[in-house]
Design a protein around this ligand. Structure first.
Ligand SMILES: C[S@@+](CC[C@H](N)C(=O)[O-])C[C@H]1O[C@@H](n2cnc3c(N)ncnc32)[C@H](O)[C@@H]1O
Length: 308
């Protein structure tokens, strides 16, 4: 497998990153917001149906002014990913047990945590983290739940050298579930190894502790140029992102096992579905940021196996 770029197509914007002319700043909401997200805003945030679009446009522009991620420009920040994950029922069952918390990594406005709260999961089980602290603070305006959401939202750069002594102090071996939605694909292979090592450290040392997630994938696995890395926002330099299919993701976790001395102690399941050109990876929505031959949607889980 080559680690060279999978395409010569260059998705790096020529425009200023905050420009509303970027392809991934959608001018119209159209059907970009899922019905279940609208329902959450209606039932959990108590926003009248006829005011929801205006609320979303307003919040999207506030978030875009903080950091113009494609997930914000494309209205994907409201997407609920966990309900579509194949292990969602198991996730809910785990979260209903005491002291079995979830950490949503790169959670943006933590929509999935709000959906879990709405489904009766106690806030003591709900943790989120993101490098853009204003995404976390603005999330209370997005969901109008300043007084009612008591989950824990912690700003942190996942690569912070002080992660376990500062931002994530006391979090080692704490989580039953870690969710990484559209997160791993921000990084190159080496960075993903680092993130997965951190995930392994955060997960409980018990059978079934699990990483679940979704990302943009690529047939054959490979690098793609993009600006979505943290460093880009500061230095605006080019960055390569690794997109997976089943084989490359298993290979990544093979390397994680080697680095963490946990050979044979992770059960990796994943599924790559190539995207039809006119539709998004989940078959429902378009995605302007990642385009091209062999691009698709990649869903995964990695569960700890303790052995006998
Ligand atoms: C593509 S968005 C995905 C948001 C959400 N998880 C979802 O599924 O829609 C990626 C998120 O990762 C965050 N992020 C990027 N680099 C990060 C880093 N180094 N540490 C922590 N969060 C980071 C961004 O701020 C952004 O909210």
């Amino acid at each position: 497998m080559s680690d060279s770029p999978v395409t010569s197509q260059d998705p790096v914007p020529v425009l200023d990153r905050h420009s509303k002319e970027n392809r991934w700043y959608y001018k119209e909401i159209n059907d970009q917001v899922q019905p279940i997200s609208r329902k959450l805003l209606e039932e959990y945030s108590h926003i009248p149906a006829n005011e929801i679009d205006a609320h979303i446009y307003k919040m999207r522009d506030i978030l875009w002014s903080h950091a113009p991620y494609p997930c914000v420009g494309e209205f994907k920040f409201l997407d609920l990913r966990l309900p579509k994950h194949p292990l969602y029922t198991q996730i809910l069952t785990t979260l209903r047990k005491p002291s079995s918390p979830i950490l949503d990594m790169g959670c943006c406005v933590a929509s999935d945590l709000r959906s879990l709260a709405h489904n009766g999961i106690p806030s003591t089980q709900l943790f989120g983290t993101d490098i853009i602290s204003s995404y976390l603070t603005t999330s209370y305006s997005v969901f109008k739940d300043t007084d009612t959401f008591h989950g824990t939202l912690v700003p942190a750069n996942i690569f912070s050298p002080s992660l376990f002594s500062d931002e994530f102090a006391g979090w080692e071996g704490r989580f039953s579930i870690i969710h990484a939605g559209l997160f791993l694909h921000l990084f190159n292979w080496e960075q993903q190894l680092t993130v997965c090592e951190i995930i392994a450290k955060l997960l409980k040392e018990e059978e079934g502790a699990i990483l679940v997630g979704e990302m943009v994938g690529c047939q054959g696995g490979g690098l793609r140029g993009g600006p979505a890395n943290t460093d880009f926002w500061k230095k605006e330099r080019r960055h390569w992102q690794y997109l997976h299919d089943e084989e490359s993701f298993a290979r990544l976790w093979g390397e994680v096992e080697g680095r963490t001395g946990t050979e044979g102690m992770w059960k990796v399941d994943s599924k790559f579905v190539v995207r039809r050109q006119e539709k998004g990876g989940d078959g429902s929505k378009s995605c302007a940021f990642f385009e091209g031959e062999g691009i698709g949607w990649f869903t995964f889980s990695v569960a700890r196996v303790m052995g006998s």
